[in-house]
Design a binder for this molecule. Structure first.
Ligand code: CA
Length: 231
């Protein structure tokens, strides 16, 4: 029998914690809920879950601090984190992503959206290796990293080196939101002068070149960009 993943939920609002637990349990996950940051940290010291769902605004030790501690720990840093955020926490979301959190959902969220994110993060965690010959194929889009090639419905599209790096980086993890800084960091090392600001311009150019599938690159206001998740 397959062992289902264990999810730790750190959330002080009891009805939200219950809602999360209910939906995850329905899908067969093992769920443990902690209502304070301290209780969550204590559990994290003892055990390593497959996923951490983390409320940011907690009494005492807050979500960002927990995120920092998990990602600073050589034993726990592999644990994927989805932040559960409230309105007005956009700055904290960016900080959390920079600290290494994998994704976020904003309250109020639909259980469907939450479950899709959970599945995506756990799936990604299992299939991370990407080598230079890797090929990404989805929605009529074909990316070959080794050849630096983008084809749309079989047609070769002429991209600059950094445009290719950007779309490859985003398409590798559909649904994940990346800050401009993360994108810059990811595509550094190929001698292109890329800044946070210039990412916005490059996105405009990239979308144009993608034509009818340009909408696959989504702007997430106040955070950054993501490649649309297709199901
Ligand atoms: Ca809270």
């Amino acid at each position: 029998m397959e062992i289902m993943p264990t999810v730790f939920v750190i959330e002080d609002e009891e009805d939200i914690a219950e809602l999360i637990k209910y939906n995850l349990t329905l899908e067969g996950y093992n769920v443990e809920v902690f209502h304070t940051g301290e209780a969550g940290l204590k559990a994290l010291e003892a055990r390593t879950p497959d996923l951490l769902l983390l409320d940011l605004m907690l009494p005492g030790v807050d979500g960002l601090e927990i995120c920092r501690r998990v990602k600073d720990s050589s034993f726990k840093r592999q644990v994927p984190i989805i932040m559960v955020t409230a309105k007005g926490e956009e700055k904290d979301v960016v900080l959390g992503l920079e600290l290494g959190a994998d994704d976020y959902v904003s309250k109020p969220f639909s259980p469907k959206v939450l479950m899709a994110r959970v599945r995506a993060v756990i799936r990604r965690d299992k299939f991370t290796p990407v080598n230079d010959d890797s090929v990404i194929e989805r929605a009529g889009l074909f990316l070959h990293k080794g050849r630096h090639e983008l084809k749309i419905n079989g047609q070769l599209v002429d991209l600059t080196n950094s445009e290719f790096q950007i779309i490859y980086f985003l398409a590798k993890r559909p649904g994940w939101v990346f800050t401009r800084t993360q994108i810059v960091d990811a595509i550094h090392g190929d001698n292109y002068a890329v800044t946070d600001r210039s990412i916005d311009f490059q996105m405009v150019g990239l979308r144009k070149k993608l034509g009818s599938i340009g909408h696959l690159i989504e702007t997430v206001r106040g955070v950054g960009y993501r490649f649309k998740e297709l199901d």
